[in-house]
Ligand binder design. Sequence first.
Ligand SMILES: C[S@@+](CC[C@H](N)C(=O)[O-])C[C@H]1O[C@@H](n2cnc3c(N)ncnc32)[C@H](O)[C@@H]1O
Length: 285
Amino acid sequence: MNYRHAFHAGNVGDVLKHVVLLELLHALHRKPNPVHLLDTHAGLGIYDLASDEAQRGGEYRLGVGAVLADPAAGRMLPRYLAALQALNPELAPGGAGLQRYPGSPWLLKQSLREGDRLTLCELHPQDAETLKKNIGRDPRVAVHHRDGFAALKALLPPSPRRGLALIDPAYEAKDEFTVLTKAVLAGLQRWPVGQFAIWYPIKEQKTVDAWKVDLAKQVQAETIAVELTIRAAKEARQMNGSGLLLINPPWQIDQTLRPMLDFMKSRLVREAGGGVRIQTLVKAG
Ligand SMILES: C[S@@+](CC[C@H](N)C(=O)[O-])C[C@H]1O[C@@H](n2cnc3c(N)ncnc32)[C@H](O)[C@@H]1O
């Protein structure tokens, strides 16, 4: 396990993932019934942007930094901005004062109401320990040092039965898309009413499109993909963008996300050929 998210926290992929995640949570919480949230690949929960890791690549500057540089960010992405402000009380318009970046466990935990539950899985032993420290003790939250793919079999269906699984693998292994597909299908079989949000990298668009079509063929639930590419996704050796596959998405989430995606496009796309899209893979039954 070589992947460490500390090098990438707050990058373009994180911005897309966390903006969409916050909208999914908002939609889930419209009903008062309690929910269970599962984060299969949790990471550290909070990232120090002054750390050597974050500074070395500086990826956050082209992600969250580029978003915050626009005075319209608070209006266009209000929930994302509120989360950044909650973790960075010194945050000023334009982005000065941004010191810490919230990972998905922190965002999920912030959303919990009484009766809600959160399960976090992280396989890297050191990161699992840091995650425990960063997230703190809360009787509603369980942190597991375990394989997140196996958790989709072992821990589902959850209690309460309404809820969301975020699946955000590191994509280090050659067969990770295959392992992922199997685990998602197993999870969905056990939890057909669950919402699933699966983050994926886009190197070559045609390869990732083939994976989506293959997965969608095996899913009998509404499925959409939300994508942001920073340049034309033709070169397989580099990261050109990312997407989120949403299974059982909230009603009309596409309409909520469209203006947010257009705003992110205006801040994050770097070269001709990049852009945003929402693609329907399986229509609602
Ligand atoms: C992309 S990062 C997660 C970022 C996090 N979800 C967020 O948005 O803040 C992927 C994490 O998965 C962990 N990991 C890798 N393989 C895993 C597995 N099989 N099960 C659980 N965690 C794993 C890595 O150590 C890394 O921390």
